[in-house]
Design a protein around this ligand. Sequence first.
Ligand SMILES: *Cc1c(COP(=O)(O)O)cnc(C)c1O
Length: 373
Amino acid sequence: MNALFRACPGLRETLPHVSLATLPTPVEAMPRLGEAVGAPRLYVKRDDLSAEAYGGNKVRKLEFLLGRALSEGRRTVITFEAAGSNHALATAIYARQLGLDSVSMLVPQPNARYVAANLLRSHAAGAALAYRGGIPRLAAAALAECARRRLRDGRWPLLIGPGGSDPPGIAGFVDAAFELREQVEAGLLPEPAHVYAASGTMGTVVGLVLGLAAAGLRARVIAVRVTDARFTSMRRAKRLYVRTNRLLHAACPAFPLVPFPEDQLVFRHEFFGEEYARFTEAGMAAVRLAEETEGLHLEGTYTGKTLAALIADARAGHLREAPALFWNTYNSRPAAQSGADDYHALPESLHGYFEEPVQPLDQPETGRGAGGT
Ligand SMILES: *Cc1c(COP(=O)(O)O)cnc(C)c1O
């Protein structure tokens, strides 16, 4: 059972939810990485192992989002994302597992090897993929798709926002914070002073802040921005926080209304680089160091940039005493054999991701990590 339901049993009756994840995810010490950078009390939260079919941070959100879709009798979910999105892929995989149709409305991003891989896997999972160059055209296509599904299914699809960072999805990371408290109480790690996590659409970090505050943990969430500044701001974070808190309090009054603890959320902007999904030297150096020291497989869009922030803080001497937790949000489960490796079955507008070169920093790994996923 989810830690949130243990802490607040009333929510179990009222908050739509479906079990998809394998929880709790492990916490582990990272002594070799810690020693290399000057963070002797360094731990990792292994959300890369969050589920059998596909791990990473999205399945925690999808337990509550797809739970809602089922409880409302929806037949289709439609989500919005960048072309290589892990969220679109996770939604495709878990929607199919629950017998729901899924549609991914995609926008362009810099090319990388994982983009092609994720597109193929989404397609193999039965997702309908639509790709448009601008938000207005994407919105128009989404409206048409909604109308078509309404006619076919007799029901409107459930729309899921980018990254699954709608208040019900964010509840998945409130749950994650309660899970962390249980692990601290069980002595699996000291209470962390700093929790490092990527901030893409902010659902992960906002859910963690709300959950930590409600669970009485004082850890600061170091939210490393990896998307355009308009997706990550304190104002937007506070709005999402309040909406999620109200949702949980309304579902079960025993879940407290907790004022937004502004000092528990710290945004870091200096590891973003040029744009979303554009890899950085610092991020890729962090990916290599994690691989060499701990055998941890990270990537350049989210987790590499996040670990780069942690490493910079450690090298500056800020993590010598304070326990720090790196939240690994990236899937490490191997892809099931899909059988579908011909991209010609995908919409032609997506073929460029298979035919054009990837960005220069996305070179095949050499040495120990080669072929690691
Ligand atoms: C989506 C994603 C994130 C960002 O999570 P948000 O809740 O959107 O901020 C971080 N890491 C990975 C690997 C992701 O796929």
